[in-house]
Ligand binder design. Structure first.
Ligand SMILES: [Zn+2]
Length: 387
């Protein structure tokens, strides 16, 4: 008798638990009790975040209470599931699966999803052999990276508050000028890219609050990046692709990456268009550009710390990020002209901003290398690109 989808998913869930158990325990591990204790201890900080980001009354405890209730009720499938990151994965995966169902995209036997308790920046899809199910994970380090990058970038854009709405400017020369004129912002970029290059990003980057209305952009950028990454891994599952291990023939593996990006953008676009307000960063692929480019900065900075030079070796299985971003143009062909042009312009602006900032950051890491700073070798920043 053929196993049911339910049975195959429970095999996948078992495999996911085994994958987690292979990781050494560390600072990314946290039980539900610890998570709740952490909320209780941080009521003042959480309330302050709420006030600064959303301009709400500082005495309003309901947000903290709601967060506590949500965490309390979240079902954790494995002892190594960390509640905060698992809750994020659950929401993202449910959104992607619901979009697939509406769009008539079959999910085969389904997916066991979750977060992996490691500080490495890692997104992965694993085939579960002899089944039509997969395991999909984002690491705690990956979720933290998206959070930091979205703060850094939203703080860099110019926001103008109107009576009830606000406008955002991402013209590269203006954004570049804004970053250049703000020492704290320059430091923030150097700190984030440097900390993740060194290998301890999630632990050492200091807490920074994003005021309204940049906080709205920040959430949209963050959701756009996370959504694209999860949808990319689902696309590997949907397409029955290999699991990113370098055994597949190289050209085949690269073709699968482009296919996964294409479906990830379709799903991000669909979900972003149905949000209120619409998430233009998810719809245009600009969030994905932000993620790919910033991760490339991290890899280059890491290479500089290691060797003094930023030249990174091309991957055998993954196209480089500029080729992946260039391919986005082809995914837009069916769109109306005005939308197609606007999406392309937004992606190009994001790319230009990061290229311009990187040219200014690079000498700092060269100097750090010259002073003897080397990356922590236990981190596997290198291994990542959404696989
Ligand atoms: Zn991939």
């Amino acid at each position: 008798m053929e196993p049911s989808d339910q049975e195959e998913r429970s095999v996948a869930e078992d495999f996911r638990r085994q994958l987690q158990e292979r990781l050494p325990t560390g600072p990314a591990d946290r039980s539900k009790e610890d998570a709740l204790r952490r909320i209780d201890k941080s009521v003042d900080l959480l309330t302050e975040i709420n006030t600064v980001s959303w301009g709400r009354e500082s005495s309003n405890p309901s947000m903290v209470e709601q967060l506590r209730k949500e965490l309390e009720s979240i079902p954790l499938m494995s002892p190594r599931d960390e509640p905060f990151t698992h809750a994020i994965m659950k929401t993202l995966c449910e959104n992607v699966e619901s979009a697939c169902r509406t769009l008539g995209i079959p999910l085969r036997s389904g997916v066991a999803y979750g977060s992996s308790p490691t500080l490495a920046v890692d997104a992965a899809h694993y085939r579960v052999h002899f089944t039509d199910a997969s395991v999909i994970t984002l690491s705690a380090g990956f979720i933290s990276f998206c959070s930091h990058i979205s703060k850094m970038f939203s703080l860099s854009l110019e926001h103008e508050q109107h009576e009830k709405t606000f406008s955002v400017c991402f013209k590269p020369n203006r954004v570049f000028a804004k970053i250049g004129s703000d020492p704290a912002l320059k430091y923030y970029w150097t700190e984030i890219i440097g900390a993740y290059a060194f290998g301890s990003g999630p632990l050492i980057v200091k807490q920074r609050l994003v005021p309204s209305p940049a906080s709205i952009t920040r959430v949209q950028l963050l959701q756009g990046m996370e959504l694209f990454s999860v949808a990319h891994e689902y696309a590997h599952h949907i397409g029955s692709h290999g699991d990113g291990v370098a055994t597949a023939e190289d050209s085949n593996a690269k073709r699968e990456e482009y296919e996964a990006d294409s479906l990830a953008l379709t799903l991000s676009r669909y979900i972003g268009a149905n949000e209120q307000p619409q998430n233009l960063y998810a719809m245009s692929g600009a969030s994905a550009v932000l993620l790919l480019k910033c991760h490339e900065c991290v890899r280059r900075a890491r290479q500089i710390l290691r060797t003094g030079s930023e030249t990174i070796q091309s991957s055998r299985t993954h196209p480089n990020s500029s080729d992946r971003i260039a391919a986005f143009d082809a995914f837009d062909e069916h769109l109306p002209k005005s939308e197609r042009e606007m999406f392309k312009q937004t992606r190009e602006d994001f790319e230009d901003i990061i290229d311009a900032v990187w040219a200014k950051l690079r000498p700092w890491y060269v100097e750090m290398h010259n002073h003897g700073l080397r990356p922590a070798e236990d981190s596997s920043v290198d291994s990542w690109l959404p696989t």
